[in-house]
Design a protein around this ligand. Structure first.
Ligand code: PXG
Ligand code: PLP
Length: 414
């Protein structure tokens, strides 16, 4: 059993005190590095100042302060924010906002939700129903109806070893046109996609794909939800991936980097007019029957404000953009090693796909995970794909150390 006892900056430490380079920001969370003083201090101060405050028909200043600051970073017009406690909860919230929004406007037949194969949107019922991971769905099948799925854009036959966005595959978006014709737009509430699918192995959107999805949703009055749980907060070199791709959703879910991973928190960003559709008064009435006891938790809000300060002070989103070419070159240097059938990258995210061992899918990558840990680097594996997503504070020499470990591991791996 691999166990971690302590963390600081770019490193974890085992209970025995061995230092391990964190090549995955914990689990796509700790973008400013571990134990960032702004975050730690904010949490300590907040615990003493106010431990908990209800946010049902009430508020507290830091929740508003964080929402205001987040809205300034957000893509244009996504300035209304609903706090949750995880990415899964953010997804449920966004799907419910989409349904309630259409209904509030007299389009209550719009109930179908469209996701994508190999999509990951957390583990609650809404998320698994739009999600495209068979293992997350098969046991809970009775509850995952009312959805449909686009095909995954992963296509190694044409796009293997792409640097940045793959050239081929914008036409995968045409599937949406087919699904819209099949169900009729009057029955479709929303489309939800990850911009870069992380959990199922770093699947990078082909050039032009997201633009086409946006255009089809706009044309047919369907809300577009971007799930930015792992792509938010600088991972792709901009505050949110939507800005990097120049495509704006109607709703956006975030989590992870929002508090630098230090306190559980998620959020949904909504366009002002989507928010306003609910706000029909009278004032004492609840507009949207949905909320969590811990929504806008004071410790999470404090950690969020600390994280934003850390990102700003370290200019970490720009830093990620500046490091991208170095990171790209480093991960692509693994091409040609045994078992490597693809290397792909975008921002500070890398994917290395291995050929599965015959009859034992996932085993080869798992062995690589264990061997890398023994060699001093924490990586993430999913199926037979290695995913890399280091804190944005990583140095060039640490990028070199990361690929040196992988080079040693892959060249010896049976
Ligand atoms: N949406 C996306 C796009 C995610 O990546 C969630 C929702 C759910 O967030 P919570 O906070 O409920 O876990 C995620 C989470 C992996 C891995 O294998 C990825 C996630 C979680 C666990 C493992 O890379 N992403
Ligand atoms: N179950 C019960 C019995 C509750 O009272 C509540 C909230 O008050 C919940 C579940 C939901 O908990 P949470 O708001 O932390 O998601």
């Amino acid at each position: 059993m691999i166990t971690l006892a302590r963390a600081s900056g770019m490193h974890y430490y085992t209970p025995q005190g061995r230092e391990v380079l964190d090549c995955v920001a914990g689990l796509w969370c700790v973008n400013a590095g571990h134990a960032n003083p702004h975050v730690t201090q904010a949490i300590q101060n907040q615990a003493a100042e106010m431990d908990f405050a209800p946010t049902f028909q009430m508020g507290h200043p830091k929740a508003f302060e964080l929402a205001t600051q987040l809205s300034k970073l957000a893509p244009e017009k996504l300035n209304r924010i609903f706090f949750t406690n995880s990415g899964s909860e953010a997804v449920e919230t966004a799907l419910k906002i989409a349904l309630a929004y259409h209904r509030a406007r007299g389009e209550g037949t719009r109930t179908r939700l469209i996701g994508r194969e190999r999509g990951y949107h957390g583990v609650n019922f809404g998320g698994i129903s739009v999600g495209g991971i068979p293992g997350n769905r098969k046991v809970f099948g009775a509850m995952v109806s009312g959805t449909d799925h686009l095909r995954s854009t992963h296509d190694l036959s044409r796009n293997a070893f792409s640097k940045g966005q793959p050239v081929h595959g914008a036409e995968f978006a045409d599937e949406l046109e087919r699904l819209i014709a099949l169900h009729d737009p009057s029955n479709i509430a929303a489309v939800i996609v990850e911009l870069l699918a992380g959990s199922t192995g770093v699947l990078i959107p082909p050039q032009g794909y997201l633009q086409k999805i946006r255009e089809l949703c706009t044309r047919h009055g369907i809300l577009l939800i971007f799930d930015e749980v792992i792509t938010g907060f600088g991972r792709l070199g901009s505050a949110f991936a939507a800005q990097r791709f120049g495509v704006t959703p109607d709703l956006m879910t975030v989590a992870n980097g929002i508090t630098n991973g230090a306190v559980p928190m998620g959020a949904v960003f909504a366009r002002q007019d989507i928010h306003d559709a609910f706000m029909q008064g009278p004032e004492h009435m609840i507009e949207f029957y949905h909320g969590y006891t811990y929504s806008g938790h004071p410790l999470a809000c404090a950690a969020g404000l600390g994280a934003l300060r850390a990102y700003e002070e370290g200019e970490l989103f720009d830093r990620a953009a500046r490091l991208e070419p170095v990171f790209e070159q480093a991960v692509h240097s693994l091409k040609g090693l045994p078992h490597v059938i693809d290397v792909r990258n975008l921002g500070l995210v890398g994917g290395i796909e291995l050929a599965p061992r015959p009859g034992a899918p996932g085993r080869r990558a798992y062995d690589a995970f264990v061997a890398a840990f023994e060699d001093g680097a924490l990586i993430r594996v999913t199926g037979d794909i290695i995913a890399l997503s280091p804190p944005l504070i990583i140095s060039e020499s640490q990028i070199e150390q990361m690929v040196a470990v992988l080079r040693r591991v892959l060249s010896k791996l049976p």
